[in-house]
Design a protein around this ligand. Structure first.
Ligand code: PGA
Length: 256
């Protein structure tokens, strides 16, 4: 982390988990666990249908609410989709784009992800843009090339000022939900590589200002070492974010 230049962000990704009956209890535990101190940005990316009730339950708590996906379209006849304007309208401040599960199960391409990211930016919703290689790609030694390609294709033509509003999350697919996180060295190397790519695609100021998170089996025991890496500016947390106590412990680790 380098709080002098960029925000530290701890974002939870509930994926398709939890029911509204749990929201009050979750929000109360989060409020208690987070306290008042503003060490870092805390975000919960939840199923869209839970965003509004969660915002209500979180009143008085400094955590923000995010969504897990957004339409690339502005508005109109797109059954089942949710627009960036609708997210903003509901009070949603962040949205995950390009999560590996969307890429793998919904065939999302870098180009589509780039369009979603731009829609979010247009509405003032902060995109949390995920990149990461699969295990065969890492085994073939192609991880840098893969991640650089994902960045280049989705971010092509974006202005530097717009890029500075994006959060990037490095999520190696082999570490997601497997209990096998990247080592702190692997996370640092790739987050540094992402920053180098941003310097080439944009400029030094932009590369220094963009928060780059690590995601993939982060939990309270491995978070301190992962978050201590100079180019890891926070975490995107799936499984461990379902338990508010564990999630708060990770937020604590980000303050150290
Ligand atoms: P995980 O998920 O923490 O359960 O590995 C991370 C993610 O997919 O964002």
């Amino acid at each position: 982390m380098n709080p002098k230049y960029r925000k530290t962000v701890i974002a939870g990704n509930w994926k398709m988990n939890l029911l509204s009956s749990r929201l009050r209890e979750y929000a109360a535990a989060l409020k208690e666990g987070l306290g008042k101190e503003k060490g870092c940005e805390v975000v919960l990316c939840v199923p869209a249908i839970m965003a509004v009730p969660l915002l209500r339950a979180l009143r008085g708590c400094r955590a923000s609410v995010g969504a897990q996906d957004v339409s690339a379209q502005e508005a109109g006849a797109f059954t089942g989709e949710i627009s960036a304007a609708q997210l903003r309208d509901a009070g949603v401040k962040y949205v995950i784009v390009g999560h590996s599960e969307r890429r793998a199960y919904h065939g999302e391409t870098d180009e589509l992800i780039g369009r979603k990211l731009r829609r979010a930016l247009q509405e003032g919703v902060t995109p949390i843009f995920c990149v990461g290689e699969t295990l065969p790609q890492r085994e073939a030694g192609a991880e840098r090339e893969i991640v650089r390609g994902q960045l280049k294709l989705a971010l092509a033509g974006l202005e530097s000022a717009a890029m500075r509003k994006v959060i990037v999350a490095y999520e190696p697919v082999w570490a997601i939900g497997t209990g096998r996180p990247a080592s702190p060295t692997q996370a640092q190397e790739m987050c540094r590589e992402i920053r180098a790519a941003l310097r080439e695609l944009f400029d030094a100021r932009t590369a220094r200002a963009v928060s780059v998170l690590y995601g993939g089996s982060m939990n309270p025991s491995n978070a301190p070492e992962l978050l201590a890496q100079p180019d890891v500016d926070g975490g995107l947390i799936g499984g461990a974010s379902l338990d508010p106590r564990k999630f708060c412990e990770i937020v604590e680790a980000a303050k150290l």
